[in-house]
Design a protein around this ligand. Structure first.
Ligand code: HAM
Length: 423
């Protein structure tokens, strides 16, 4: 018989299998819990949307939209795109369901997969997972500080300490044109190659993000947005910093920060972890004051972030943290014989109904192999039941930590288990 090649996952997508999947889920849940503590409600949105949502919302000059989207025609010949990020979809849903007509700000949290056709490398995947929040409908600088502090608390709750929070202000739609002109004039005098010139014409800010050292050397004296803020934008930014100071959230100002998405205005930030190598961005976000109007809604401002779950897991590993390593179950059942197997199914069901986490051996395995599985499961208690015990109406209850074991009447097994678990 011909041997078939085993299939593998598509290039650049991570699998999380046990036991590492426990870490992934624990990290994701802690990031979500930080938002829950600040009053954000969950929102669940489609994985694919009309392509126009992202071209309009994220911006055609961005790499994300111009090079990285998974776009295809569905069977009805509509152009749809696997979501590359979450903010545009949230805005679409807020407008569509009129959430912005209730009390403001609307505060939402989401988590799930996003898709970007990037060149895969360590920490850069084509399917990535984010936990994100969006707060829509308030200009209050205290809201900016809240969003940033929730991100900081989220990473802290995972146990991380070795990251840095970088902040800047990108100004508002009033501040931008004059600065843009100034930067364009500065760039026009530089001996840039044609492709870079074209980028400068489309979005000069993006040139500041050029990674080539020879280009960076030319940009040393480039004008910076932070030095060209209007009075209002400057005051807003200073107030955000003042609140973060009071909250003792440490940050550094990075006036050269360039985000990969076009919608950002005013407060903009990134969480950077040096332990992650080249893909050091662990999370990022900012204000997007024009986005809702751009997508056909009212002119409400918003602010939010996306935290990369994959990279947070890698950062935890880099810091030597163990997250989510709690045992798979508390009780492990070992039946010896067919009648015992049936009885154990009932006992396991009853214990699970009582909220106890129970796993068991299957398939008539030998006692030694089954006890090995009991140890490997991390359970505290093993229940060993033979057909002969069954005839006598007893079950062997073993404390796997102390090694003590004793026969217990079948009807008392719940109490005996509970007693050990509470020890
Ligand atoms: P972003 O900076 O493009 O922002 O992505 C947020 C985070 O997602 C990054 O900091 C990174 O940790 C993770 N990430 C992005 N691309 C990849 C990848 N290819 N592989 C692994 N992780 C990745 C946004 O997406 C905005 N929607 C965030 C936001 C919400 N801004 C305002 N509200």
């Amino acid at each position: 018989m011909a041997v078939k090649n085993a299939l593998t996952a598509p290039k650049g997508v991570p699998d999380y299998v046990p036991p590492a999947s426990r870490t992934f889920v624990a990290v994701r849940d802690r990031l979500v819990a930080a938002a829950d503590r600040a009053g954000y409600s969950p929102i669940e949105l489609p994985i694919f949307e009309d392509t126009a949502l992202f071209t309009r919302g994220v911006g055609e000059s961005t790499d994300v939209v111009s090079k990285e989207m998974y776009t295809f025609a569905d069977r009805g010949d509509r152009s749809v795109t696997l979501r590359p990020e979450g903010t545009a979809g949230v805005m679409r849903a807020v407008i569509e369901h009129g959430l912005d007509r209730g009390s403001l700000p609307v505060k939402l949290v989401y988590s799930g997969p996003f898709f970007r056709y990037e060149r895969p490398q360590a920490g850069r995947y084509r399917q990535l997972q984010q936990v994100g929040i969006e707060a829509i409908g308030s200009d209050d600088p205290a809201l900016d500080a809240e969003v940033i502090a929730v991100g900081h608390e989220a990473f802290r709750s995972v146990g991380l300490t070795g990251y840095r929070l970088e902040l800047t202000s990108l100004g508002d739609s009033g501040d931008r044109p004059a600065y843009r002109e100034k930067l364009q004039a500065f760039l026009a005098d530089l001996p840039l190659d044609e492709a870079t010139r074209q980028r400068a014409a489309l979005n000069p800010l993006r040139v500041l993000d050029d990674k080539r050292p020879e280009v960076q050397a030319m940009l040393v004296d480039a004008p910076l947005m932070l030095d060209h803020l209007s009075v209002e934008s400057g005051e807003h930014f200073r107030e955000v910093l003042a609140i973060l100071d009071r909250l003792a959230v440490p940050y550094v100002i990075n006036p050269r920060m360039v985000r990969g998405l076009d919608y950002y205005t005013r407060t903009t930030f990134e969480f950077v972890h040096p332990g992650l190598g080249a893909q050091s961005g662990m999370g990022g976000g900012g204000r997007y004051d024009g986005l809702m109007a751009e997508l056909g809604g009212q002119a409400l401002s918003g602010i939010g972030f996306g935290l990369g779950v994959d990279r947070t897991v890698l950062a935890a590993k880099a810091e030597g943290l163990t997250v989510g390593d709690e045992a798979r179950c508390e009780v492990y059942g070992v039946p010896m014989g067919a009648a015992a197997s049936r009885e154990l199914a009932v006992i396991a069901g009853q214990l699970r109904s009582a909220g106890i986490r129970v796993d068991r051996a299957y398939g008539g395995r030998g006692l030694k192999a089954a006890m090995k599985s009991a140890d490997a499961s991390g359970a505290r208690v093993a229940l060993v039941l033979g057909d002969r015990d069954l005839e006598q109406g007893t079950i062997m209850v073993k404390d796997l930590l102390s090694g003590d074991q004793q026969p217990v009447a079948l009807m008392d097994v719940g109490a005996a288990v509970a007693q050990i678990l509470l020890r």
